[in-house]
Design a protein around this ligand. Structure first.
Ligand SMILES: [Zn+2]
Length: 244
């Protein structure tokens, strides 16, 4: 029922904004969980795509709900920028059941480097690989913590990642540990290429900007949702300035 309610609200805001929800496939054992994307066309001269992903871990709900918050304030008619693709709930079975894993018990975000992609992994990757992605941002949450952090993937230091951490810092304390889950971290930004994640796969596809944010699940839900929506806006503004 949660997913149904979510889709009703998403559909309403898309209708209001003149945006279409496009079905990309189905998840779940009985293929009863539709997965949708929202596509905002870019200006003709800009051939690049900004890709927002959320809800790949079903127990991290603020990202999906932030998409609705973001769209409420977004004006497609005034928009001049790169094509934007948003998949608000990558793992609707997990979202419905408040579970990290998908219907067959897999952590989807650990299988994107498998030699052959199957099921949800194939469906998700097939919808990204042919887009000319300039910036990929995935919204995650860390259910067990009270501090914000992010993962960035870069060859030289990118200011935008630090700016996004600053946006997170406007809502939460930043995790300033020198290591986060064993990875070297500096001021809340972990620079790492994690095995099997979608980000890891996209690093190997040489996508220029790849960011994964982790809002703290022990902080209020409403605050986490607002933070994610504000980060989406920050990323979008960066892409408008830098992608043509
Ligand atoms: Zn996650």
């Amino acid at each position: 029922m949660i997913y149904k309610t979510f889709l009703e609200k998403l559909r309403a805001v898309c209708l209001e904004k003149g945006l279409k929800l496009q079905l990309i496939g189905f998840a779940g054992n009985d293929k009863d969980f539709p997965i949708y994307k929202i596509v905002v066309p870019g200006t003709a001269k800009n051939k690049k795509t900004i890709f927002f992903s959320a809800g790949i871990h079903g127990n991290e709900p603020a990202g999906p709900w932030a998409v609705i918050e973001f769209l409420k304030k977004f004006s497609p008619k005034k928009y001049r920028g790169p094509r934007m693709v948003i998949v608000p709930v990558m793992n609707p079975f997990g979202f419905e059941n408040n579970k990290r894993r998908n219907a067959v018990g897999i952590d989807i975000n650990r299988h994107f480097r498998d030699s052959r992609l199957r099921g949800d992994n194939k469906l998700i990757y097939d919808n990204i690989k042919d887009e000319n992605v300039f910036f990929f941002h995935s919204m995650h949450e860390d259910p067990d913590v009270k501090k914000f952090y992010a993962y960035g993937y870069e060859e030289k230091p990118e200011k935008i990642y630090r700016d996004v951490v600053k946006v997170g810092g406007g809502f939460f304390k930043i995790n300033k540990s020198k290591k986060i889950y064993g990875d070297v971290s500096e001021n809340g930004l972990v620079l790492n290429d994690k095995g099997g994640s979608l980000e890891n796969r996209l690093v190997h596809d040489r996508i220029p900007f790849i960011l994964c944010t982790e809002t703290p699940g022990k902080e209020p839900f409403e605050k986490r949702t607002r933070a994610n929506a504000k980060i989406m806006k920050k990323v979008l503004e960066f892409c408008i300035r830098n992608s043509d």
